[in-house]
Write a protein that binds this ligand. Structure first.
Ligand SMILES: [Ca+2]
Ligand SMILES: [Ca+2]
Ligand SMILES: [Ca+2]
Length: 116
């Protein structure tokens, strides 16, 4: 019960956690629509110029070596990256540490940027 997430992060996590398990599985990550978000030209592949917009490196994700990421390569790579303790589930802290950035938000820890 010691999670120290912002209410925004908690709400986002809950919205993605379709089955309410308290963890995100691979299919819930897929449903988050991140691939579509980064696939600017909607051709179903992430090319190096599209990958330049991602918040962290995707080296090693290109399983078939064609220097583009298919949706499967992207989701598998991102899931491995986000699942920091490699237990096969993404918990709220892992979500906040890695996935929040991919969803276009800063991780929560008191990043209090007053709006001026
Ligand atoms: Ca593309
Ligand atoms: Ca590929
Ligand atoms: Ca985990």
């Amino acid at each position: 019960m010691g999670l120290m997430l912002s209410s925004a992060a908690t709400a986002e996590f809950a919205a993605l956690d379709d089955d309410g398990s308290g963890f995100l599985g691979p299919e819930e990550l897929t449903a988050a629509g991140l691939f579509e978000q980064y696939d600017a030209n909607r051709d179903g592949l992430l090319t190096p110029d599209e990958l330049a917009n991602t918040p962290s490196a995707t080296s090693g994700w290109d399983v078939d070596g064609d220097s583009r990421l298919s949706e499967i390569e992207f989701h598998q790579g991102l899931y491995r990256r986000a699942d920091a303790d490699a237990n096969g589930a993404i918990d709220p802290e892992e979500y906040d540490t890695e996935l929040a950035e991919w969803l276009g938000r800063e991780p929560s820890p008191s990043a209090s940027r007053p709006a001026n």
